[in-house]
Design a binder for this molecule. Sequence first.
Ligand code: ATP
Length: 333
Amino acid sequence: MSLLEITDLRTYYRADDGWVRATDGVSLSVDRGETVGLVGESGSGKTTLAKSIIRLFPDNAEIRGGSIEFDGTEITELTDKELRRRIRWQEISMIPQNAMNGFDPVYTVGDQIVQVIRHHEDGVSKAEARSRARDLFDELGIEPDRIDDYPHQFSGGMAQRAMIALALALGPSLVLADEPTTALDVVIQDRILETITEKQAEIDSAMIMITHDMSVVSETCDRIAVVYGGRVVEIADTRTVITNPRHPYTLGLRNAFPDISDDDQELISIPGTPPDLVDPDEGCRFAPRCPFAEEDCWDVTPEPREYEPGHLVECHRADEIDYLQEAAGRKAT
Ligand code: ATP
């Protein structure tokens, strides 16, 4: 059985003009120790999906349907208190987009780590928890004495490392990493990613890595789930998604990011804008931007289907993609 099994999850936000269907019928599983990448443009619903798992979302968000089974427990049925006591930090932790916002500015970073450790592990003395926090800082390349600093005394990179320390302090089975490096200088992005994956391997935790950067997923993820308009439109192992995508949106994303090993590759962005999530149209949500859309794409919502074992895709044209691409290429030349 998978560590995490999400089925037909619907998380909506209440807005003035109706419900924003940010996660709209998503199914996804994550195995123990596995890293799954969530990729997609801004606003596609990646963060909402991740935050739904530990219910760390704003007051206007609501899980309207579906199930999230974590290690045999249906966590949508847990109360907030149970979730805080049994799951959050201890079993599932999150590295947010901007670590600085994850810390409380009025306490030292060390005090916050000590608090999390002692809240979840009975019988750990303050001295013991402090010593663990110092060790974690050391392992993550931060001078251990800096546990007594306040968040504002940290640089962005250091705060991100400290947040990684906090997220991994209790050895969770699943880490949700939401664009853990985008707020940082490119020079330290790679180092931080390396640190995350090293520590993850050490404690053998699974990870959901959210990013809009295909090169990050290709380096760190075992599988990739492509998110568009609140749905997972394609999922397969990383190599397959990169070398043999079947959804035109995945093709577009792949073309929008330069291959790091190919300096001459042209960067093509996907024309058009993401769908309205308050009142989405019938049919495929990508149809208005899809170069290969035909009549059925506008009328009939595609269901997920297994293109090959382990490779799911929601597209009516999935079987014809190679031919359609070739034809488009011929027309362009
Ligand atoms: P990004 O990469 O920019 O973080 P994302 O793919 O993570 O984007 P989400 O942040 O999950 O996407 O947003 C999905 C949709 O939900 C978007 O249309 C967004 O505008 C909407 N949304 C997010 N937060 C709220 C909120 N608090 N209230 C109403 N709508 C929201």
